[in-house]
Design a protein around this ligand. Structure first.
Ligand code: C5P
Length: 413
């Protein structure tokens, strides 16, 4: 089996990219590059109008294959005929899909190469609509999209925002990297189908007064990467997130919180409806005992000040102690020394099923970085024996998949 989360996540996948005539077609060169970078083979098919927006030469250069654009071209039919092309694809991705292309597909027309291929292919079809917001909201377009969706087409997007024509609203094509993510997710083996995963991520903020707070350096990247991977593996994912500057992964339900107490409330109220709980957040251990109602003023008399702190509730330990509907519970241990010793200690003390340990004193991994290296430890239960696994330095994306692979193995025993 292909390595989960591997950078060659689309290795060997054959994607037929159908481009129709919308301004978002200019993004298809980037989209093709990113798909190929991940190992996909991309065969571009363009409608007549698409060639007004991006040249076949550009698309040929980035895809490394001649672009197909004509149904009645003897030379093209002699190399890979349209029926062969339709059978070649593992996925047909129509991006951008204009209102016109969607209408022709809904009507079952085959009046050019692209629509003929769509009719002749039994590969899954993903449609990424892109058009002016008024055209998108027109009942004809809405009905056509519903028709395609009813027939089993995947509808990817559109997004809302500013449009090339100056309008603002629904109708922007998803960004190339979002489409790449959806392709990756489409081909990912659905190891966690039917399972639900609750994840905490990011730092917490402990208020001192209305304008100040205590926090830490957690970026949330590790927890978000796990949430993204879990969704790609088919799980239903709830992400309880402290304040971070990251966008919500596709298909993930996000609950925003600030303090450890907020995170505790959001997490404990959701725990018993999830199969797996992964506590990735860097929860503040202590919070100011009293939050000043007004901004604390600097005074001429006092050269020092102190804040009395009280302990926050331990979220992961509380969930691990649940007696009914307890999820498979995983914690993290970010340490600067004696990593294994502290991690094993926490595994026992907090009664976790598994712990992911990382040494945050090493440059280039852990807090704020995009990479990490982890050790996984799990303890003996009546279903499995204690064990450990080293996950060497890799992107947090890849590690997210590897952590979930181990969780899936243990939690399905
Ligand atoms: O802070 P500590 O090193 O004990 O964190 C270990 C694990 O406990 C992490 O998974 C963290 O998310 C979790 N934790 C928690 N609630 C706290 C403190 C830590 O869930 N109040």
């Amino acid at each position: 089996m292909q390595k989960l989360g591997n950078e060659q996540s689309l290795a060997g996948k054959k994607i037929l990219l159908g481009i129709s005539g919308g301004i978002a077609a200019y993004k298809c060169a980037e989209l093709t590059r990113r798909l190929i970078e991940r190992g996909a083979q991309v065969q571009v098919v363009m409608t007549h109008a698409a060639k007004e927006f991006i040249t076949p030469l550009t698309m040929q250069a980035v895809s490394g294959r001649p672009v197909s654009d004509s149904l009645l071209d003897p030379a093209a039919e002699a190399s890979m005929g349209h029926i062969e092309l339709a059978k070649w694809a593992d996925l047909v991705l129509l991006a951008p899909a204009t209102a016109d292309l969607i209408a022709r597909m809904a009507a079952g027309m085959g009046n050019d190469l692209l629509t003929t291929l769509v009719l002749a292919s039994d590969a899954p079809i993903a449609v990424s609509p892109a058009m002016n917001q008024q055209m998108y909201s027109h009942p004809a377009t809405q009905e056509n999209i519903q028709t395609l969706s009813r027939r089993g087409c995947l509808i990817w997007g559109p997004a809302a925002g500013e449009q090339a024509c100056g309008d603002v609203g629904m109708g922007r094509m998803l960004e190339p990297m979002q489409l790449v993510g959806l392709c990756e997710s489409f081909f990912q083996p659905k190891l966690l189908a039917g399972r639900s995963v609750l994840i905490t991520a990011g730092p917490t903020r402990e208020a001192i007064d209305p304008v100040r707070y205590i926090t830490n350096h957690s970026s949330g990247k590790m927890g978000y990467a796990i949430a993204d991977a879990a969704a790609k593996l088919g799980a239903q994912v709830t992400l309880v997130s402290g304040p971070v500057a990251l966008s919500t992964p596709n298909g993930v339900q996000r609950i925003d919180v600030e303090s450890a107490q907020d995170m505790f409330d959001a997490t404990t109220s959701n725990a018993n409806s999830h199969d797996i709980f992964i506590s990735c957040a860097a929860v503040a251990d202590y919070r100011p005992d009293v939050i000043a109602k007004q901004k604390i003023k600097k005074t001429d008399e006092n050269n020092d000040m102190s804040i009395h702190m009280v302990k926050n509730p331990d979220i992961v330990a509380t969930i691990a102690a649940m007696t009914e509907n307890r999820p498979f519970t995983v914690g993290f241990a970010a340490e600067t020394q004696d990593v294994e010793h502290y991690a094993r200690g926490k595994l026992q003390k907090k009664n976790l099923d598994m712990i992911c340990a990382n040494d945050v004193s090493v440059e280039g991994q852990g807090f704020n970085s995009s990479d990490n290296a982890l050790y996984l430890y799990w303890k003996d239960t009546d279903k499995w024996e204690a064990g450990e696994k080293s996950l060497p330095l890799d992107s947090k994306q890849v590690l997210g998949f590897q952590i979930l692979e181990q969780i899936q193995k243990l939690s399905s025993l």
